[in-house]
Design a protein around this ligand. Structure first.
Ligand SMILES: *[C@@H]1O[C@H](CO)[C@@H](O)[C@H](O)[C@H]1NC(C)=O
Ligand SMILES: *[C@@H]1O[C@H](CO)[C@@H](O)[C@H](O)[C@H]1NC(C)=O
Ligand SMILES: *[C@@H]1O[C@H](CO)[C@@H](O)[C@H](O)[C@H]1NC(C)=O
Length: 413
């Protein structure tokens, strides 16, 4: 017998900070750049997810890939086409297709491979009447293994057309004419199709609604809110519904866009798991400030803070002797981007701003790091602190004289 000397090298994984999906927070890709894939959708192929959306600068289709729905690698622009909004990926046959909106019609781009090389194919004729329309949505029906393009036609018709294997559109499979709706997304759960749509309020968020049908052909019933109406879909607009068929449970994910005032570069994303009650035909967004889905099991989790820095201060100009800043000292940092959640409430959302100063760097408005700032008492943001125990974070308020921020602490994760 030969004996072997085993030189075993144990790779110690880099201690990456735990990662989470934080609705409204700036979402960085694996290069540390803000993810630029708005109005998008996600397609899973084997264990990899592909997120396609438009860039905020010129609406060219961008693609990112991930195996955990959290850490996304930028695969770059997929085409030279610009001004194409809300691109969605479909694979009805051997080819890969991107459908999106250009001007007020739909454009399809074709590639022989999943990533890259999408060339202009055609302005899409949408049967039966080729209405002009806005937002493109996409649905792969797991029952029939068929791809459907969702459009929100002018004339207030949301319609669903089959995508033929050659990439042309088939006849209208279904339509919803219940009012002024756009940004449609569809998913299927236990015999029920759920169609989520936004109202037409420009870039301003509104209470998105769900309709249901037991056949894709309709008729569609409902129009109920998917979140408390005052929340305006947690400041977002629907773009796509993603189904994770895990070993323990099937998890349905709402993907929304938190548009800035003009759909520009400071727009963010609001992704949330949904509670789907197929008996009551109810869909409800489950708000989490931070969450993750185990893509293998389908289980949802939320983080536990590893440290809390207490405060109990009302920051206000009005209070006699009150300060409009509070300083947290000796905050532990990793030297890399890390999640910190600021726990505070405001007395009026449009009365002012909270800002953060890390180690004498220039102040940053917290709303530029998380568009949920002021709307929810836990506001997670990613910040880069120095490695060690010596970080100082100033949290301050500015705004109208009667604007107040009550801060109870910061948690690190
Ligand atoms: C699939 O796509 C190829 C290339 O576009 C086309 O030639 C072929 O006819 C398509 N197959 C079907 C079944 O439509
Ligand atoms: C706390 O921070 C101060 C300066 O901000 C620093 O001098 C001190 O060493 C820190 N204390 C610990 C225990 O790290
Ligand atoms: C922060 O917010 C204040 C108040 O809204 C605004 O005047 C200021 O320009 C903002 N700062 C930055 C860097 O955006």
């Amino acid at each position: 017998m030969l004996s072997y000397l085993c030189l075993c090298i144990f790779m110690v994984p880099l201690a990456l900070g735990a990662s989470w999906i934080a609705p409204g927070a700036v979402w960085y890709d694996t290069d540390g750049k803000k993810i630029n894939a708005h109005g998008g959708g996600v397609v899973q192929r084997e264990s990899t997810f592909y997120w396609v959306g438009h860039s905020a600068e010129n609406e060219t289709p961008m693609m990112y890939s991930s195996t955990d729905l959290i850490n996304w690698k930028n695969l770059g622009a997929q085409s030279t086409v610009s001004a194409m909004w809300r691109p969605k990926l479909a694979k009805p046959n051997g080819s890969f297709w991107l459908f999106g909106q250009q001007d007020r019609y739909s454009l399809s781009l074709k590639s022989s491979q999943l990533t890259g090389g999408y060339a202009q194919s055609a302005k899409v004729y949408i049967p039966p009447s080729s209405y002009s329309y806005s937002d493109t949505g996409m649905f792969h029906d797991p029952v029939s293994d068929t791809w459907y393009l969702l459009t929100s036609a002018d004339h207030n018709t949301v319609q669903i057309n089959k995508i033929n294997t050659d990439g042309t559109l088939g006849s209208r499979a279904s339509s919803l004419t219940a009012g002024a709706y756009e940004a449609p997304g569809l998913f299927y759960a236990n015999g029920v199709y759920f169609l989520i749509c936004s109202g037409k309020t420009g870039w301003r968020a509104n209470p998105n609604k769900v309709f249901w049908a037991t056949s894709l052909a309709g008729p569609w019933t409902g129009g109920t809110d998917i979140a408390p109406s005052g929340e305006n879909t947690y400041g977002s607009q629907n773009t796509f519904e993603l189904t994770i068929s895990g070993s323990q449970k099937t998890t349905y994910i709402f993907m929304g866009d938190a548009w800035d005032s003009k759909g520009g570069v400071s727009s963010n994303y609001v992704w949330l798991p949904m509670t789907v009650d197929t008996s009551a035909k109810k869909v409800t967004l489950d708000y989490h400030a931070m969450w993750a889905v185990d893509v293998k099991t389908g289980a949802i989790s939320s983080p536990k803070a590893d440290k809390r820095y207490e405060a109990n201060h009302v920051l206000s100009k009005r209070t006699d002797g009150g300060s409009s800043e509070i300083t947290f000292r000796n905050v532990t940092g990793t030297g890399a981007m890390q999640w910190l959640a600021f726990d505070y409430t405001v007395n009026k959302r449009d009365g002012g701003e909270a800002y953060i100063i890390v180690n004498n760097e220039p102040p940053v408005n917290i709303s530029s790091l998380n568009s949920r700032a002021g709307y929810h008492h836990v506001v997670p943001v990613q910040l880069r602190l120095e490695a060690g125990e010596d970080n100082t974070i100033v949290f301050g308020s500015m705004g109208q004289d009667d604007f107040e921020i009550a801060i109870t602490g910061i948690e690190s994760f």
